[in-house]
Structure formats: structure tokens, C-alpha cells
Ligand binder design. Sequence first.
Ligand code: ADP
Ligand code: C5P
Ligand code: MG
Length: 204
Amino acid sequence: MMEAKLLIQETTVVVFVLGGPGSGKGTQCPKIVEHFGFTHLCAGDLLQAEIESESENGTMIHNFKKEGKIVPSEITVKLLQQAMQQSDNNRFIIDGFPRNEENRAAFENIVKIKPEFVLFFDCPEEELTRRILNRNQGRVDDNIETIGKRLKVYFESTLPVINYYNSKGKVQKIDAQRSVNEVFEDVKSVFAKFKPVVRVDSTK
Ligand code: ADP
Ligand code: C5P
Ligand code: MG
């Protein structure tokens, strides 16, 4: 088995992927992985794995998720840091993080890496609600009551983080209310400076 890395290298590239719940982060990220060789870390999925592993924090995380609340940053940042250390890659897209100012500060203090840029999927509230209600993945938080709470948290806590990065000239905003392929065309332009992955046809 591969030894886990102890340090996250200075050459590590981190891109944060933000946008309201249902804006298409989880749909677009695998395409970025495929085309540009990044590793996708989804904060919400790492937290869900903690719930399913019945770890000591599992019940607490489940209750936060059900209420659409942001889990204490120490927990989420530790999960992200572990995933980065266990990876052989040095390019990461981190989806659904930082969700609030506390998340942002904790990542900077603990992981000590600033994002290369923030990919922001901009999408109107009605479309977010429509997509979440149609998502149909059995999520405990994809119901009309929790959606209202999640949208409130997004507008009150996450948008200020996006505005913070925007004031530093780090936000790449994309109109997410279009087809998956149209959105990805814009994503590709934003990632153009990272060389596309060259696929070798093994049948030849
Ligand atoms: P997020 O990870 O930002 O919460 P998802 O990628 O899970 O969002 O997308 C939420 C739902 O909307 C999913 O059912 C997905 O298939 C759908 N979806 C994603 N992108 C689009 C799009 N551009 N147009 C229409 N539906 C979309
Ligand atoms: O990103 P996603 O919609 O999958 O996140 C689901 C839930 O996970 C959030 O509503 C929140 O309860 C929790 N979460 C969090 N902190 C993050 C990301 C997700 O607490 N940075
Ligand atoms: Mg998602």
C-alpha cells in the first residue's frame, strides 16, 4: 500500500467550487476531473461518509445536515486535509467549501493554502429549488422545508465568502442556468491554463 503523504506540498493547487445548493457543482466537477486531471473533494460527501461510518461525530453531522446547518469547521477541514494528504495528486477541486467565514479562516489556518481561484456557479433561487426537488437521490436534506433553511444559509453565510474572494479578484463566475454542456464550455475556458488530460488509446 502507498505511504500517506505527511505534508501538503507548496505546489498544491486548490480551486474552490461554490454556488447555491443544486447549482450543479457535483455535476460539473467530475467533468473537470476527466478533462484537467484534478481530484474532486466534495465537503458534503466527506461529511456524509462520516455519518455512514458511524464515527463519533456521525449523529451530530447528521443533525446539522438535516437542519441545513454548517458543521463546525474543525471537522470539515480535518476531513479535507486527510483526503488531500492521502492523495497522490497535487491539484484539487474542493466542492461546497468554504460555506462560511469560519470554514474559510479554518482552511487557511490549518491547511495553509490559498485557492488559485473560486469557481462560482450563479443560479437563481427558483431554479435551485426546482433542481433539488427533482434530484431524487434520497438525501435527508432534499425536502422543501430543509431547502428553505439551506438557501437562507447560502445567502447569509456563503455569499459573503464569495464576495470576499471577489474583492480579491479571485472569482470566476459562471451562468449556471443553462444546459450541463453549455455550462461546461465556460468551465473549460476557466481551466484552460491547466493542460487538458491527454488520453492514450490503449487499443492501438
Ligand atoms: P450541487 O452539487 O451544486 O448541489 P448537483 O450537481 O447535484 O448540484 O445538481 C442538482 C440537480 O440538478 C441534479 O439532479 C442534477 O442532475 C441537476 N442539474 C445539474 N446541472 C444542471 C443543469 N445545467 N441543468 C439542469 N439540471 C441540472
Ligand atoms: O454540498 P452539499 O449540498 O452536499 O452539502 C450538504 C450539507 O453538508 C450542507 O447543507 C451542510 O449541512 C453540510 N456541509 C457543511 N459544510 C460544508 C459543506 C457541507 O456543513 N463545507
Ligand atoms: Mg453537490
